[in-house]
Design a protein around this ligand. Structure first.
Ligand SMILES: Cc1ncc(COP(=O)(O)O)c(C=O)c1O
Length: 378
C-alpha cells in the first residue's frame, strides 16, 4: 500500500467536536442536546420558491458572488435592519453557509505570521479555520461569572494583542451571550485605535430574547459583517451564508477564495433564500424565536435548581453553557451520555470552557428537555 503523507494542515486540525458528539448522541434512547440547529422546518414560502426555481430550470451556475436579486435583498436588509450604510449588491458575497464565508475571509486576510484573536470560549470552527489559514490563534478570556460577556481581562488582552484580526460573535455560540452595544463599542474603539480588522459573526442575530442586536458596521469602518440563513430560518441544510463590506475590492478578494473552491452556491437554494425576506418567512422566524425563548426559560429554571452550577441567563442563540464547579467536562459529557443525554464538553470551545457543558435547546422541545434534566440530576 502507498504510504500516503497528509499535509501538515490536516494533521494539525481536529475534526469538529460538535459533529463528533452529535454522532455519539445518535444512539437509540439518547436525548440529543448537542445539535446546533433548530428542529423547525424551513418556512413553506422559502421551500416553494426553491421548488419553483427548479421547475423553471434554474439549475445552472450562478454568478460567483450569488444571484444579483439575492445580493440586492441582502444589501437592503443590512441597510434597513442593521443600519449599515453604503452597501450594494457588489459589496455582498454569498457562499456555502456562514462557515464557508468565514473560511473565505480568513483565507483572504490571514496567513503565515498573522494572528487572529477570538473569544475564549468560542465556536469550534474559528480556531480550526485560523489554523487552516496557517495563522496563529490568540484567545481572549471570557468568564462564566460575567455571563461570558467581554469584561476587563478581555479588554486588557485585546489592548495588548498584536493580532491582525478579531472575530466577534454576538449572540454567541457556545454561550448564548448577547454582547451589549456599549461593550461592542468599547471593543471596536480599541480595534480602531490599533487598526485591527473585525469579522462580526451575526448568524444568531434574530434569536435574541432580551436586549437588542447591534451591528458594529453601522458605525465602524473596520468590520466585515457575516450572517446567513441557517439559524434564523432553519435552513442549515441549504448552505447559504453571506458577508458584507462597504469596499467592493475587499469583497472581490474574498470572492477569489470562494470562486476557486466553490464557484457559486446552489442555484435553486439561492432563489429559495430570496423568499426569506418575505413577511411570511419573517413571521415563521419570529414564532421560532418565541418557542426558543420559552425553552430557554425552562432550561434556566432547571439549571437554577442545581447545586454548584454557575450559569448567568443567556439572552440569545439556543445554547446554555453552565459551569459545573468541579468535574472534568469531558468526563461529565461521557457520564451524561451514559445517562442518556448528549451534550458537548465545554473545553472543545477553548480552555475557558473547561468545567462547562454546552446544552443546545434548538432541537429539543420542552418535554424532551424536561426528561433530559431529570436524567442529568438523577
Ligand atoms: C457562531 C457560528 N457562526 C457561524 C456558523 C455557521 O453556520 P452556517 O454555516 O450553517 O451558516 C455557526 C454554525 O453553527 C455558528 O454557530
Amino acid at each position: 500500500m502507498i504510504d500516503l503523507r497528509f499535509a501538515d494542515r490536516v494533521l494539525e486540525v481536529q475534526p469538529s467536536a460538535t459533529f463528533k458528539y452529535d454522532a455519539a448522541a445518535k444512539k437509540p434512547g439518547v436525548i440529543n442536546l448537542t445539535v446546533g440547529r433548530p428542529d423547525f422546518d424551513t418556512p413553506q414560502v422559502i421551500k416553494e420558491a426553491a421548488k419553483k426555481a427548479l421547475d423553471e430550470g434554474r439549475v445552472h451556475y450562478t454568478p460567483s458572488k450569488g444571484i444579483p436579486e439575492l445580493r440586492k435583498a441582502i444589501a437592503e436588509k443590512l441597510e434597513a435592519e442593521n443600519n449599515i450604510a453604503d452597501l450594494d449588491k457588489d459589496k455582498i458575497l454569498v457562499s456555502g453557509g456562514g462557515k464557508q464565508i468565514i473560511y473565505c475571509i480568513l483565507m483572504a486576510l490571514a496567513g503565515k505570521g498573522d494572528a487572529v484573536a477570538i473569544p475564549n470560549p468560542s465556536w469550534v470552527s474559528y480556531e480550526a479555520q485560523i489554523k487552516l489559514a496557517n495563522a496563529e490563534v490568540e484567545w481572549l478570556t471570557l468568564k462564566p461569572e460575567e455571563g461570558f460577556v467581554p469584561g476587563d481581562d478581555f479588554m486588557t488582552q485585546l489592548e495588548e494583542t498584536n493580532a491582525k484580526l478579531l472575530i466577534l460573535n454576538s449572540p454567541s455560540n457556545p454561550t448564548g451571550a448577547v454582547i451589549p452595544e456599549r461593550t461592542i463599542k468599547k471593543i471596536m474603539d480599541i480595534c480602531a485605535e490599533k487598526e485591527m480588522f473585525v469579522i462580526s459573526d451575526e448568524i444568531y442575530e434574530k434569536l435574541i430574547y432580551e436586549g437588542k442586536h447591534y451591528s458594529p458596521a453601522s458605525e465602524y469602518e473596520n468590520v466585515i459583517t457575516v450572517n446567513g440563513f441557517s439559524k434564523s430560518y432553519s435552513m442549515t441544510g441549504w448552505r447559504l451564508g453571506y458577508c458584507a463590506y462597504a469596499n467592493r475590492d475587499v469583497i472581490d478578494r474574498i470572492d477569489i477564495i470562494h470562486q476557486q473552491s466553490l464557484s457559486c452556491c446552489t442555484s435553486f437554494a439561492q432563489y429559495g433564500a430570496l423568499a426569506a425576506f418575505s413577511d411570511e418567512a419573517k413571521n415563521a422566524s419570529d414564532k421560532m424565536c418565541e418557542e426558543f425563548r420559552s425553552r430557554r426559560n425552562y432550561v434556566m429554571q432547571r439549571i437554577r435548581e442545581m447545586d454548584d452550577v454557575v450559569c448567568v441567563r443567556p439572552n440569545g442563540a439556543f445554547y446554555v453553557f453552565p459551569y459545573f464547579n468541579g468535574p472534568d467536562d469531558l468526563e461529565l459529557a461521557d457520564k451524561l451520555l451514559e445517562k442518556g443525554v448528549g451534550v458537548v464538553p465545554g473545553s472543545a470551545f477553548g480552555s475557558q470552557g473547561r468545567g462547562c457543558i454546552r446544552i443546545s435547546y434548538g432541537s429539543a422541545n420542552t418535554n424532551l428537555l424536561s426528561q433530559a434534566f431529570d436524567r442529568i440530576i438523577g
